[in-house]
Design a protein around this ligand. Structure first.
Ligand code: ZN
Length: 300
C-alpha cells in the first residue's frame, strides 16, 4: 500500500491541508479558513476538519508548519504573530495524535520552507542549504545532508536575529536593534522609505514605485539590498553552503538583487565563497503543504 503524509500549513487566515506521497506529490488538498479570531476551540476544530478532509488510507504521519515559535520536541505551538494573544502554548501535536492515532510533528514554517526547497525544490541534488524567507520579517532554516539542524533547544537557524549593525536605530520584532530582520525585511523597507520620504507606503508599493522613478523608493531598496547582501555574506562565511534559497514576497523585487549580490561578494573573503549559489525558491503553491509533510522523516 502507498504511504502518505498529511501536511498542514497553518496560517492565521487559512489552513492548507494535503495528502502527500513519499515523492513529494500532493495527491489531495483543501484550503479552509482558520477563523483565528474565533479562538482556540474553533481553530482546533478547523485544523481537525482540514486534516480529515484530505485523509487517505495509508496515512502514516502528520506534519504541521506554523509561523512563529514552535516546540518541535513536544509538538507545541508556543506563540506567533498571526494568532490571537491567548493562542499560546497549544499542544497541537497531542491534540491531533489523540484524534488520528499517528505520529504528529510540528515546526516553524521557515524551516519547512527550507526543507521543501532542499528536498524537492531549488536545492534538489545539493547537500547543504540555507533557506531564507523574506517577508514582513525574516525566517530561516539550515539543512545539512538532507536534515534540518535544530540545535540544542530547537532555535538553530533563527537567522533574522543576527546583529548586522549594533549602532542601528532600527528595531527588530524581538525588541533589539540592528538585527538582520530589522534591516532587510519588508518592515525594514517601509522604515527606510519613511525615513527618506516622510511618508508611509506598504512594501509592495515601494517596490512598484521604483518603476515610477521614485528616488526615495530606489534608495530604500538599494539600502535594503546592501544589508541583505551583508547578512548573506555572514551566512556563507559561517557555513559555506552549496546553495542559499530565498523565498517570501520581498524576494520578488528585482531591484533588490544587484545591490545585494554586490555587497555579498564584497562581504565574503574567499574567492570560492563569492560563487555561492543564491537562488529564488522554486516550489510554488503547494510548498507549505509539502514542507510540512517532510517533517515526519518518511521519504522516498
Ligand atoms: Zn531580532
Amino acid at each position: 500500500m502507498n504511504k502518505y503524509i498529511i501536511g498542514l500549513d497553518l496560517g492565521g487566515t487559512k489552513i492548507a491541508a494535503g495528502a502527500v506521497d513519499t515523492r513529494g506529490k500532493v495527491i489531495k488538498k483543501i484550503t479552509l479558513p482558520t477563523e483565528a479570531r474565533r479562538g482556540k476551540k474553533i481553530i482546533l476544530k478547523n485544523i481537525l476538519a482540514a486534516a480529515s478532509k484530505v485523509w487517505l488510507p495509508g496515512v502514516k504521519a502528520v506534519g504541521v508548519a506554523m509561523a512563529g515559535q514552535c516546540d518541535f520536541k513536544n509538538g507545541v505551538f508556543v506563540s506567533g504573530p498571526n494568532f490571537p494573544k491567548n493562542f499560546k502554548n497549544i499542544k497541537i501535536g497531542k491534540f491531533l495524535k489523540e484524534n488520528f492515532r499517528v505520529p504528529v510533528y510540528l515546526d516553524n514554517d521557515a524551516r519547512t520552507f527550507t526543507l521543501a526547497e532542499a528536498i524537492f525544490g531549488a536545492g534538489r541534488g545539493f547537500k547543504n542549504i540555507i533557506g531564507i524567507t523574506l517577508g514582513t520579517g525574516i525566517g530561516g532554516g539550515i539543512v545539512i545532508n538532507g536534515q534540518l539542524i535544530r540545535g540544542k533547544n530547537n532555535t538553530a537557524g533563527e537567522l533574522g536575529h543576527m546583529t548586522l549593525d549594533i549602532s542601528s536605530p532600527y528595531r527588530c520584532s524581538c525588541g533589539r536593534f540592528g538585527h538582520f530582520e530589522a534591516l532587510a525585511s519588508g518592515t525594514a523597507l517601509e522604515n527606510f522609505y519613511k525615513k527618506l520620504s516622510g511618508k508611509f507606503l506598504p512594501g509592495p508599493e515601494i517596490a512598484k514605485n521604483i518603476l515610477a522613478k521614485d528616488k526615495n523608493a530606489k534608495q530604500a531598496v538599494a539600502q535594503l539590498g546592501k544589508f541583505l547582501g551583508l547578512g548573506l555574506a555572514n551566512l556563507a562565511q559561517l557555513l559555506d553552503p552549496d546553495l542559499i534559497v530565498i523565498g517570501g514576497g520581498l524576494s520578488n523585487t528585482p531591484a533588490l538583487w544587484p545591490a545585494a549580490l554586490q555587497e555579498f561578494k564584497k562581504g565574503v573573503i574567499y574567492k570560492s565563497l563569492k560563487n555561492t549559489k543564491i537562488v529564488r525558491a522554486k516550489l510554488k503553491d503547494d510548498a507549505g503543504i509539502i514542507g510540512a509533510a517532510l517533517l515526519p522523516d518518511i521519504r522516498y
